[in-house]
Design a protein around this ligand. Sequence first.
Ligand SMILES: C[S@@+](CC[C@H](N)C(=O)[O-])C[C@H]1O[C@@H](n2cnc3c(N)ncnc32)[C@H](O)[C@@H]1O
Length: 282
Amino acid sequence: MEADWRGFLNKVICGDALNVLKRIPSNSIQMAITSPPYNLGVNYDAYSDDLEYDQYLKWLKDIWTETKRVLVDGGRLAVNIAPTSIKNFRPVHHDISKDLRDSGMIFRAEIIWYKQSMTARRTAWGSWRSPSNPHIIPSWEYVMVFSKKQWRLEGKKENVDIKPEEFEKYSDGFWLIPPDNDSFWHIPPERVRNGHPAPFPEELISRLVKFYTYKGDILLDMFGGTGTVAAVAMKLERQFVYIDISKEYCEVALKRLTDYCKPQTTLVACRRIEPELMMVEA
Ligand SMILES: C[S@@+](CC[C@H](N)C(=O)[O-])C[C@H]1O[C@@H](n2cnc3c(N)ncnc32)[C@H](O)[C@@H]1O
């Protein structure tokens, strides 16, 4: 099992998340950072994003159970999730959070990722200038952070790489009251979408990685998409396990990672890691 598992490290693994997770031994990963399919009918390459809501939560529950198992004690799980649409509103972040807490994970933070997306022209006001049925349009997404079994994560002091000013800035997760309050995560949406409907920006991930992990730790994204978590892992001297079911996105991610390791690169990771594609059948 050990040899098999080490073969998954720093690879772009193309397969079903649940199926691949089941092959990873317990207590192996320091942090999982992921953004599951939102079940909003988004046009993904290899996946139907419109399950019945209960079925969707049930499927994710199985993913969370496996994620918890593969995390080390004190290991973290960060789930990025967007509020759902007005037409079919579901408090999905509350439901996922409840399922994770029911599974025994410790809820440790909720970060508001403010996307500045309200600068685009709005059309869905609901009942314009009337209390009868006005709409709030989310300009943010959530990042909910959980720990397995204990709050503390073991690691060596020399492997801490967060600067004091970064620590202060990132520890202020969000509470925006006046418009000019600078105390929230002010990260613009990813401009370069790499051909994917919902990538998250590297800045969002690098904050989570520096804040919650040590250099050398292993990061998992079981819905890896364009490979943002893997790319940040390489840049910040962590290792990664990338999984996605779509061959197209796996190829996008692989290209992104190998592009970092062109001959002129100075990235330390490129001397140690050579990402490659690995197909895992059910
Ligand atoms: C919200 S996107 C993640 C985007 C990613 N955070 C990024 O920065 O590009 C969800 C991803 O889950 C993948 N996916 C859907 N079902 C899956 C499954 N059963 N196993 C693995 N990946 C799956 C989709 O192909 C899609 O790339």
